[in-house]
Design a protein around this ligand. Structure first.
Ligand code: FES
Length: 114
């Protein structure tokens, strides 16, 4: 099923995403780099670039925690919630990480760019 209304883009199959701590960068809608992190049956989508110093979170991001996971950027040790996008760098408030809504339908992962 392909649905592109309301900014929803099919990205890949769920079983193509590694289930672990390393985000994978995908070009969503053919143009927007988005980091996808799979934790079991859940997928979190967020900006591919760290909001602190723009490090590539596919290379420098590590996802930790289940239920309410965080991404840690090894650039300068920043930590961002994948639930609300709020984060800190060295215990100081940092700009929010942009999160994207994810839908999983028929084993396919969709990301909402709107
Ligand atoms: S670039 Fe990610 S914490 Fe600084």
């Amino acid at each position: 099923m392909h649905r592109h209304g309301r900014g929803l883009h099919r990205v890949c199959r769920l079983d193509e995403l590694p289930n672990g701590d390393k985000p994978v960068i995908k070009l969503v809608g053919g143009l927007k780099p988005v980091a996808l992190a799979r934790r079991g049956d859940r997928v979190y989508a967020f900006d591919a670039f760290c909001p602190h110093g723009k490090w590539n979170l596919g290379a420098s991001g590590v996802v930790v925690g289940d239920g309410r996971p965080y991404v840690v950027c090894t650039g300068h040790g920043g930590v961002w919630s994948l639930v609300d996008g709020r984060g800190t760098v060295q215990k100081k408030d940092a700009p929010c990480l942009k999160l994207y809504r994810v839908a999983i339908m028929n084993g396919e992962v969709y990301v909402d760019l709107s």
